[in-house]
Design a protein around this ligand. Structure first.
Ligand SMILES: *Cc1c(COP(=O)(O)O)cnc(C)c1O
Length: 468
């Protein structure tokens, strides 16, 4: 078991661009970073779903999130099939983590793929229900669900509610009694494993807000079973995000399956379900090399089989909750360049600051997590030499960086379009109105057609909320 300092873990997000080398040809699109239908046309413009970004920028403006619908649907199907195959039909279930990105169109794609859906607020629940998503295929998450949210979940008849605290057990038990309902629940455990990118830490105590320690979760199970109001279906564990190998899942699974077995033995019950969470990694830069869903499902099957066999218990129905691995790679953000400013660095090097018409309001991840992204000139090819560039936004904040380090052609100029891939997860969903900048639209493209699925905000939208 490897243990690492938190600093070392976050270093993996790419503080150091020492790995960064100019690509052989800056005009090339690296397939692992782009949605499946993205190509560069003969005219130099990127195309997606058979539509040129020239037409997209003209019709919908910039910045805009451009979703390759076929790519999104393909990843849903890939996860669904991989887990059904590895665990058996019905025994390996996928829940798309809606917090990564949810709108009505996405909820319909998820429903049509036969994939289930995680929501964690009344707002996400409302989007799912507005799209006609079947409530019994929803899981409701959250460490501080309000009474109103729990009541809405019960009214809707969501399939499962994941309990996160004793307070919530009391709250939900009271509501269920009052309304005569018997909701299915999981208990979220903290297994003392925290994973990020290629590293994880396993500790005895976990200083974070989600879930219940193993002894607390055992006590929670006692209360739920003792009350006989909520129907305990199993345990839940989610260990982090942007995880690339299954070692951390192995440690987590050993601990959570151990508790699963102890609860079954203590109460002489069968817990039919076990959720292992999400966090499967995706490629933001060439440094990321995610496993296929099939490889991942196969590994998890081996881990679960091994732990269950060691304890002599049957394998429960396993669920997973991928978010970014499904929606992240499907989308790129299309920006227009406004200013270009060369800045002298130490040692005579120069970095080109390329300012675009969005920024930390449409992609907070770089500022929030020191996340790495890549980018390409999207409106033409160029024979100019590559220069080290930093793509920055238009906000009043020097940390307003979209792409920290990327090589772009030296002749990038105001008016050019730039595309940043891998922005489908946690970009629109975390977007803000900082500096009163309206949030960009989400445009779905498929089979030569583009349509708005979330419209662009307007200044009127902003003023409408400002009733003073
Ligand atoms: C955020 C979250 C996920 C999804 O994480 P990704 O990194 O997007 O896969 C899954 N389950 C839970 C409980 C989460 O909080």
């Amino acid at each position: 078991m490897r243990a690492h300092e938190a600093g070392a873990i976050h270093g993996e997000y790419g503080h150091s661009p020492s790995w960064l080398r100019p690509p052989v040809d800056v005009n090339d699109l690296l397939p692992q970073l782009w949605a499946r239908t993205v190509r560069r046309g003969d005219d130099g413009y990127l195309q997606v779903g058979g539509v040129s970004v020239a037409a997209l920028a003209e019709e919908f403006g910039t910045p805009a999130y451009i979703v390759d619908e076929a790519d999104f649907r393909h990843r849903l199907a890939e996860f669904r099939d991989a887990f059904a195959e590895a665990f058996g039909p019905g025994s390996g279930q996928v829940y798309y983590a809606g917090k990564a990105f949810l709108c009505k169109a996405v909820a319909r794609w998820v429903a049509e793929a036969g994939v289930n859906l995680d929501v964690c607020t009344e707002g996400e629940l409302a989007v799912a229900l507005a799209a006609g998503f079947p409530a019994e295929r929803l899981t409701f998450h959250g460490n501080n669900k309000s009474g109103a949210e729990l009541a809405a979940a019960l009214r809707a008849g969501v399939g499962r509610i994941v309990l996160d605290s004793f307070d919530e057990i009391d709250r939900l038990t009271g509501l269920a009694r009052d309304t005569g309902s018997t909701p299915d629940v999981l208990i979220r455990t903290k297994v003392g494993v925290e994973a990020h990118t290629h590293e994880y830490i396993a500790t005895a105590h976990e200083d974070q807000k989600f879930g219940m320690s193993l002894p607390s979760a055992a006590e929670a199970a006692r209360r739920v079973i003792g009350d006989g109001v909520l129907r305990l279906r199993g345990l839940h564990s989610h260990i982090g995000s942007q995880i690339f190998d299954t070692t951390a899942f192995e440690v987590a699974a050993r601990r959570v399956i151990g508790l699963h077995q102890r609860i079954q033995a203590e109460h002489d019950v069968t817990l039919p379900q076990l959720c292992l969470g999400g966090g499967f990694g995706m490629a933001y830069t060439t440094q990321d090399d995610p496993a296929s869903p099939a490889a991942l499902a196969g590994e998890l099957r081996k881990i679960v089989d091994h732990e269950c066999a060691a304890l002599g218990i049957p394998v429960p129905v396993i669920s997973v909750e991928p978010g970014r691995a499904i929606c992240g790679p499907s989308t790129f953000t299309l920006y227009r360049v406004g200013t270009v400013k060369p800045v002298d660095l130490d040692g005579g090097r120069v970095r080109s600051y390329v300012s675009v018409d969005g920024g930390m309001s449409d992609n907070l991840r770089t500022a929030l997590y020191d996340a790495s992204y890549s980018a390409t000139l999207a409106s033409r090819t160029s024979d100019a030499a590559p220069v080290l560039a930093r793509i920055v936004g238009k906000h009043c904040e020097s940390g307003d960086i979209v792409v920290k380090d990327e090589f772009l052609p030296a002749d990038v100029t105001p008016g050019d379009l730039v595309a940043v891939p891998g922005t489908g997860a946690y970009c629109r969903s975390m977007a803000s109105n900082y500096n009163h900048v309206p949030r960009p639209p989400v445009i779905a493209v498929a089979d030569g057609r583009a349509r708005v699925v979330v419209r662009r905000e307007s200044v009127d939208d902003l003023l409408r909320l400002d009733v003073g």
